[in-house]
Every structure is written in structure tokens, then in C-alpha cells.
Design a protein around this ligand. Structure first.
Ligand code: EPU
Length: 344
């Protein structure tokens, strides 16, 4: 294990924020993970788990041990007539893994192609797109439990997956995800219910074509972080009560909405932001993307304060117009490496 000091994290977070870690190491195995945690304990440092850096907001100086997860590997675990179970290292790149499943005739994850980040982060916020959430294909998550100081396996049903949520969000300092075990289908069962995906896929109803269309749709709307640093959707789509929705729909009949199976109505934050005049609008170096108002972009050398000024201005304007407070999606860290609430 090689601990480095004063490391610039700008290349490791997709919003390209200037952030220097007092301590940093790469973690390539479960043994290295234990060593790194012991080191942090001895040095009385908090631990910040860095994965793909595509859903985090970092301050300029971080006094903590940043553990950059890099556990690789894809392993067959079990197989039956319908499915194959595979265990994947937390450090595998998510999109490459999705491509690998399709090449290997394993189905389920094609709608989730091109989502940035690493496999280990996928269960945390239960990544989802185009009608599929990753939790539907996870069998279990392998973790190191820092509270009990042991490795353990958490079954999918105990992860309590729902929209952009899992138990890992509630207790972010307790578990370090080392591997994710997926149960994938051997026969393609295409999920084409979202928006105009069915139309895009057309006659060629294969998983390969579905994956290709998802990639094309994402590329046409969402900015490439290398060109326009961003963290994907910056706000969650709010889920509001039917009552509040009926009230809003009287004034805004065009509001895109999706009734939820468990009650409530999900509404499109991108539309609310767009209607509030923020699509393509900037405040200083930070603005909302001109093709998708839900994505915040760092257009220059913005720091966390610049990002906060812009997203708070967006929240303010949306609240004035619609009386809805948008909740940011990325995780906000403080200068000691701990997760902080956006509401403070
Ligand atoms: N809309 C506008 N203006 C905009 C953006 C969106 O009017 O500037 C409208 C669209 O016309 C559409 C609705 O809002 O009627 C929803 O837009 P879209 O289908 O593009 O999806 P989204 O709600 O903006 C969500 C996810 C994305 C995911 C897509 C596809 C969240 C927070 N975001 O976006 O996830 O790729 O659906 O499933 O749930 C991410 O989390 O980083 C992410 C990109």
C-alpha cells in the first residue's frame, strides 16, 4: 500500500473541481483495503471513498485519507437455465462492464449503458435510466463493514433499493463496497417502455441495438464530462403527492409526470428548471446545460462555492415558480472528508 500526500483530485472527479487530498491511496485488493483503513485509524484520519468521481462535490482542501477504489475482476459464480451470476470488482468501469455483458450474451443492463462511474458505486444510488434500475439485477453486494470490522455480504432485498436510493446512502461511512454480484438473463428481455426508446429501437429488437440506441440518446442529450465537466443529473426528479400534482397540473398541464407504483407522482426536474429559464443559462463559470437543463456544467475553473451559488439560484427560482425545493443528487463532502447535508 502506497500512501501519497497532497494529491490533486481534479482528474478524478468529473465536475473537475480543484480539490487536494492530504492523504491518498489506491486500493486494488481486499487486503489493501484493510491496510488502508488501519492506516487511517492510526493517523486519526477520516476516510473518503473515491470511485468514478461522477457523483461528488469536493471542497478545495480535504484532510482525510482518500481511498481510490480499484478492485478489478469479473468472476462466474453460478449458472442455471435462465441466468448467470457473476461477481464484479468495485473498480471495474461501469460502461465497459455493460458492454462486456452484451458481448457475452448476458442481458438486463443494456438500458444502463454509458452511465459514468464504476461498478462499486452503482448500488449506492441505485443507478437508473430508461426504465431500468440496477437493483433489479443485483443479487448481493460484498462489503467491508467498518462498524463490525469484518467483510460481509448484503443481499439485494436488504439493500432496500428504490429511486436513487439504497441503505448505503443512509450510513455512508459504514460500508466499503468491494464487489457487486449480478444475476443476468441469458435470454434478452428488452425494456422499451421509457419515452421514445421503442421508436428508436424500431424493428431491430435486439439487446445489441437497444444498447446502441441508449448510447446514442445519451450522447445526443448529455454532455461528455471530458468536454463539459458535469456529474450527470444534478437534481433528483421530485416525487410529490397526487394532491400536489393535481394542483400543479391545473396551472402547468404540460408538466411531464410519471405516477409511481408505490404512490406519489414523479415529476421532471429538468422541465421545472427549463421553465424557470435556466436551460443554457450560466451564473459565472457554472450553468445548466443547453441541451438538458438537469445537468450542471463547470464551464471554466469553478470551485465548490461557484457550483453552490449556481445550484442554489436554480433551487430558488424553481421554488418561486413551482413551490418545489429540488434536492441535489451528488454527494457533498466537507473538509474532513465526511459527507455533509446540502441543507445546512
Ligand atoms: N425536459 C425538459 N427540459 C430539459 C430536460 C428535460 O423539458 O431541459 C423534460 C423532457 O422533455 C422530458 C422530461 O423532462 O419530458 C424528462 O427528461 P429525460 O427523459 O431527459 O429524463 P430526466 O428525467 O431528465 C432521468 C434521469 C437520468 C436518466 C434519464 C433517462 C434522474 C435525476 N435523471 O433524467 O439519469 O438518464 O432519466 O432515464 O432521475 C443521472 O442520474 O445522472 C441521469 C442522467
Amino acid at each position: 500500500m502506497n500512501i501519497q500526500t497532497q494529491i490533486q483530485l481534479k482528474p478524478f472527479n468529473t465536475l473537475s473541481l480543484d480539490a487536494t487530498a492530504s492523504h491518498y491511496c489506491k486500493v486494488q485488493s481486499t487486503a489493501e483495503l484493510v491496510d488502508a483503513l488501519n492506516y487511517a485509524k492510526q493517523q486519526q484520519l477520516n476516510v473518503l471513498i473515491l470511485s468514478g468521481g461522477s457523483n461528488m462535490l469536493l471542497p478545495e482542501k480535504i484532510h482525510a485519507l482518500v481511498m481510490h477504489m480499484d478492485i478489478q475482476g469479473i468472476e462466474d459464480i453460478a449458472e442455471d437455465d435462465d441466468s448467470k451470476t457473476i461477481r464484479v470488482g468495485a473498480g471495474q468501469v461501469w460502461h465497459d462492464f455493460v458492454l462486456w455483458t452484451t458481448e457475452n450474451h448476458l442481458y438486463g443492463l443494456q438500458n444502463l449503458a454509458l452511465i459514468p462511474g464504476l461498478v462499486g458505486a452503482s448500488p449506492v444510488q441505485n443507478i437508473g435510466a430508461y426504465g431500468v434500475e440496477v437493483g433489479e439485477f443485483i443479487e448481493s453486494v460484498q462489503v467491508y463493514d467498518r462498524q463490525l470490522e469484518q467483510f460481509s455480504t448484503i443481499l439485494a432485498q436488504d439493500c432496500h433499493f428504490s429511486y436513487r436510493y439504497s441503505i448505503f446512502k443512509d450510513d455512508p461511512n459504514r460500508f466499503v463496497i468491494t464487489h457487486v454480484t449480478f444475476k443476468l438473463l441469458k435470454q434478452a428481455h428488452l425494456m422499451l417502455n421509457y419515452g421514445d426508446l421503442k421508436q428508436a429501437v424500431g424493428e431491430d429488437q435486439t439487446a445489441e441495438n437497444l444498447q446502441k440506441q441508449v448510447i446514442q440518446i445519451r450522447q445526443s442529450k448529455l454532455p461528455d464530462p471530458k468536454e463539459y465537466p458535469n456529474v450527470g443529473s444534478f437534481f433528483k426528479n421530485p416525487i410529490i403527492s397526487e394532491q400536489l400534482f393535481d394542483h400543479l397540473a391545473q396551472t402547468f398541464p404540460q408538466l411531464p409526470h410519471y405516477p409511481q407504483a408505490k404512490g406519489g407522482v414523479k415529476i421532471a426536474a429538468g422541465w421545472l428548471i427549463d421553465q424557470s429559464g435556466w436551460k443554457g443559462k450560466k451564473l459565472g463559470m457554472v450553468g445548466m446545460f443547453h441541451k438538458q437543463a438537469l445537468v450542471l456544467v463547470n464551464y471554466d475553473q469553478a470551485d465548490l462555492a461557484d457550483v453552490q451559488a449556481t445550484y442554489q439560484a436554480v433551487q430558488h427560482d424553481v421554488q418561486q415558480k413551482f413551490d418545489i425545493l429540488l434536492e441535489p443528487e451528488p454527494v457533498l463532502f466537507d473538509e474532513t472528508g465526511l459527507i455533509r447535508s446540502h441543507m445546512e
